[in-house]
Design a binder for this molecule. Structure first.
Ligand SMILES: C[S@@+](CC[C@H](N)C(=O)[O-])C[C@H]1O[C@@H](n2cnc3c(N)ncnc32)[C@H](O)[C@@H]1O
Length: 259
């Protein structure tokens, strides 16, 4: 398993919950659009802190089934029960259960994997005929959209890309998702995309950027990709009370296994 983020990082739960707080609404809207409801069998791949599987378990009710898989199930175990089952699994090493689910979902995991297309195929095989596969991942195309222009922000983003180059993380994965769904044999492809707005706050800074960079900064400094002065300038910028920018574009795409 490869993962640029350190799962043992003390603030990992906060980081994941902050992602959920913003992105859950879009995922819920996709569930509405696909008609997800009572009795559906669902699978969430890389379920994290479980915000999506909790929503799914409520929707499918006692007649349905929700399987949450993750390599690290520490946040999921306490949620198990009723329709919700938790399974520890490295999805790059084991196949998912085949032909079983009405809805198979993965968010913010495939962009971290060396061969995401293999997992997309495994997800397509996990859907039953007529079942839906939904993949949601980031594309860093929007991160330099910032006002006023900021060299500090540009330097930090450039350091991120250099760090990613030595890892499995694909900062341009979002745009590839619809193609990978088609290549896995799925039809009726749909796409939506949204970028998280970021506003500098004099008290709080920009917590989403700071949590991400906070986790990568020690490696960026150690590898000489960034100086402490760059980091300080980045932090000042996001505390100036004026700067507005955007996080990466979240690309959500779905497709159906042919009946
Ligand atoms: C950024 S989190 C996203 C969590 C959740 N899907 C969400 O969007 O809120 C990525 C999750 O994928 C899990 N993960 C990473 N690599 C994995 C692998 N090879 N097999 C299973 N889970 C993995 C991590 O443990 C983590 O919980």
């Amino acid at each position: 398993m490869s993962y640029i983020l350190d799962p043992a990082w003390a603030d990992e739960r906060d980081r994941l919950e902050s992602l959920s707080a913003f992105y859950d609404q879009g995922t819920t809207e996709i569930c509405d659009r696909l008609g997800l409801g009572a009795g559906w069998r669902c699978l969430d791949v890389g379920a994290g802190t479980g915000s999506i599987v909790r929503m799914l378990a409520e929707r499918v009710g006692p007649e349905g089934e929700v399987l949450a898989v993750d390599a690290d199930t520490r946040f999921l175990e306490p949620l198990a029960g009723g329709p919700l089952t938790v399974r520890a699994m490295d999805v790059t090493a084991e196949p998912l259960p085949e032909g079983r689910f009405d809805f198979v979902h993965a968010r913010l995991i495939l962009e971290h994997l060396h061969r995401p297309a293999d997992v997309v195929r495994s997800m397509a095989a996990a859907a039953k005929p007529g079942g839906w596969v939904v993949v949601e991942d980031l594309d860093w195309s929007t991160v330099l959209t910032i006002d006023p222009p900021s060299e500090a922000h540009e330097r930090v983003v450039a350091a991120c890309h250099k760090l990613y180059a030595g890892s499995a993380y694909d900062a341009w994965y979002g745009r590839k998702v619809p193609r990978q769904l088609r290549e896995a044999g799925l039809t009726d492809i749909g796409i939506q995309a949204v970028a998280m707005p970021a506003q500098a706050d004099t008290e709080r800074g920009q917590p989403d950027w700071e949590m991400w960079i906070g986790q990568l900064a020690p490696r960026m400094l150690a590898q000489g990709l960034l100086t402490q002065a760059d980091l300080d300038a980045f932090n000042r910028q996001w505390h100036d009370g004026e700067t507005v920018g955007f996080g990466p574009l979240m690309v959500s795409a779905w497709g159906r296994r042919p009946a």
